[in-house]
Design a protein around this ligand. Sequence first.
Ligand code: RAT
Ligand code: ZN
Length: 441
Amino acid sequence: MAALNDNFSKAELRIPAGFDISCYVNSSAIPADQIRAAVEHELNTTQFIDIHTHLFQPSLGSMGLWGIDELITYHYLEAELFRFNPITPVEYFSLTKRQKADLIWKTLFIENAPISEATRGVVAVLNAFGLPTSGALTEARAFFESRTLETHIKEVFRLAGISEVVMTNDPLDPDEAPMWEKGAAGDPQFHPVLRLDRILNKWAQHWEVLRSQGYDVQEDGGGKTMAEVRRFLGYWSNLMKPVYMAVSLPDTFAYPEDSLRVKFLTQCVLPICRERAIPLSVMIGVRYLVNPALKLAGDGVGKSDLRALERLLLDFPENRFFTSLLSRENQHELTTYARKFANLMPFGCWWFLNNPSVVEEMTRIRLEMLGTSFIPQHSDARVLEQVIYKWRNTRRTMAPILANTYQLMSEDGRPVTREDIRHDINRLFRENFDTFTRRTV
Ligand code: RAT
Ligand code: ZN
């Protein structure tokens, strides 16, 4: 019998009782009517690597969010609250966390059926832990309060079918940075990423912070600024040992351009990435705070001119770029660029794109144009338990897409084997990340 992952029961793997899995254990062709089950089996038994989240290793203390009130006050749900409840953002943000959660729960889960992607996610998490999905939150709150973080993380990862997550670590976050400097212990389940938004997007508000730390930088980027920012990034790379560096960029991102952002990018970030042999992740297409009153929920999306990315890929062939774009309209173009530039790794269906209809479209385009040479999804989880529903949804959306792909291949004359499916899923959800980051595994 195939070596089923011990972490999954047969029921969890959705293998019907009496189902013949012998075609999975040798390299014989899988019959057409069993391709879908074979794909589901491999998706369910492969432990994915979650390549971009906002989760934190336990040694970073209260940075890491988890539990029912955090799940319900996720900013994706805050944005939905204002569509259904007349409360103003000012009134809402003056509430305590628990009051906010109660209001969102009442509005989006009790007075209305939770049919949106983000609301269904909370339901799926409650369901995964056997908690009530309607009515009062009392039992859910008591359950999460009774958990100890380390064992809870293990259980959450097991339910999500992931082995590791990649964090987002900001060296200019006044809460986070001191913990790294005090020597926060590393964790094999959480990989650091050096996030650059405050340097590349908000230099005017942060140059003095660097200066106060002893870096000889100037607001206009003159003098020793470039060398000093390189020194800053080198210091933080030594401290965090990031698997890559990352930045989110506006839809208006331009390159080449006579701007401080582009100077920092080309004279500081890309050289350090080359020196350390790590990729840079560029996430392009955010329209920051289109509605500032909504705070974290206030960002929007804009279509980008990808000639900027094209020039970066062309000018820096020795750098590797993970890329995720926020606009649906940019996705086909990005996939085409990946066919031109091997130093580009498209990843994920980011933020407003992480809905089954769009994920399906994007994934089909990518598979048809790139085979398995991309990374289909990341969770972007901000609250620990979100990985359970986000990865469940990914598996659910992927299964028919991949099954259809193999079906077409078989119809065209190349039978599909269990090894093909296992190899491809492993490549999509693990190996492409390991290879692109040149991680030794
Ligand atoms: O998806 C999100 O939660 C956004 O708010 C952003 O954090 C985005 O994912 C990012 O990394 O900038
Ligand atoms: Zn993110």
